[in-house]
Design a protein around this ligand. Structure first.
Ligand SMILES: Cc1cc2nc3c(=O)[nH]c(=O)nc-3n(C[C@H](O)[C@H](O)[C@H](O)COP(=O)(O)OP(=O)(O)OC[C@H]3O[C@@H](n4cnc5c(N)ncnc54)[C@H](O)[C@@H]3O)c2cc1C
Length: 264
């Protein structure tokens, strides 16, 4: 079985998120890191490989991103991927979700994976959508919010986390599965794996290499446009109750909660 894992380079969690008013896009100029949600997808691939219920020949990390995104691929390889693919091209700048999903699907098509794994969301765009778009292009079934993957009679038996509980779904391969962050506890890479990651095969592809039609990506190929950005409305200041007399304080808190119908 060949597993491709989609990974994305995102602004580091410690960097305050900012929209650049001139481009209306996220300012990605600061420190960057591998999208933390994607470490769960890599770990899920590793657990399938190490679990032994299916034979996993290869785990391939795939990203679409600017030149710097190779670092996210190194991290993915240090966490267990065998090799990686970096789709990077000036023509991809300004791609929206549809264009990004199409471009990633073209790269995946050339790899013919049995299973595509990805994170539930990116830490920057947070669209939760790429899995479905990629699956549609590849004509593969798509599952989201998967928190358990097992093998049952030649299919994958997955548990999906839902508001009302769990769905248990059997899915035939090939398939696209986005995993929830409750699926596992990602491992930390060893120093040896971090050092070794730079020596593993990394293929850099342009849109021409991947057979991507230029007018289906970038601004030209994107069907959405950000028209306006507005800061969230300022929060009303909270009410501070000084505790001079505890009985009176409790009364005040109870009436505050009662006014807002927060008491059963
Ligand atoms: C008009 C417009 C212009 C934009 N321009 C840019 C731009 O110039 N540069 C830019 O970086 N973003 C740009 N974006 C944002 C970009 O479209 C989204 O980040 C991208 O489509 C993925 O959506 P998401 O990050 O919310 O993914 P989600 O659907 O939240 O991500 C789910 C999972 O998909 C996988 N994934 C997501 N993106 C990638 C990727 N690129 N490579 C590999 N795996 C991935 C990861 O596993 C991730 O966990 C733009 C968006 C719009 C609407």
């Amino acid at each position: 079985m060949k597993i491709c894992v989609l990974v994305k380079e995102v602004p580091d969690a410690a960097v305050e998120k900012r929209i650049d008013p001139s481009t209306k896009r996220i300012d990605r100029s600061g420190e960057k890191n591998l999208n933390p949600f994607d470490t769960h997808a890599i770990e899920a691939a590793m657990q399938l490989k190490e679990g032994g219920a299916v034979e996993v020949d290869e785990i391939v990390a795939v990203t679409m991103g600017p030149e710097s995104a190779f670092r996210a691929l190194h991290k993915a390889v240090s966490l267990g991927a065998d090799r990686s693919i970096h789709l990077t091209d000036e023509a991809l700048t300004n791609s929206d979700v549809c264009a990004t999903g199409y471009a990633l699907a073209k790269v995946l098509e050339s790899e013919s994976p049995d299973l595509v794994l990805l994170g539930q969301q990116s830490d920057d765009g947070e669209c939760y959508t790429i899995g479905a778009v990629v699956a549609d292009h590849l004509r593969m079934p798509s599952l989201t919010q998967v928190v358990k993957i097992g093998v049952h009679e030649g299919k994958l038996r997955c548990e999906r986390q839902a508001e009302y509980g769990y769905d248990t779904v059997d899915v035939g391969l090939p398939a696209v599965i986005s995993v929830g962050d409750a699926i596992n506890e990602p491992r930390y890479p060893s120093l040896k794996a971090i050092m070794g990651a730079k020596k593993k095969q990394l293929d850099t592809k342009s849109i021409a290499d991947a057979g991507i039609e230029a007018d289906r990506v970038g601004s030209a190929g994107s069907r959405t446009a950000v028209l306006e950005i507005n800061p969230p409305p300022p929060k009303e200041p909270g009410e501070i109750i000084e505790d001079d007399d505890t009985n009176a304080t409790v009364e005040k808190i109870i009436s505050w909660l009662d006014e807002r119908k927060l008491l059963a």
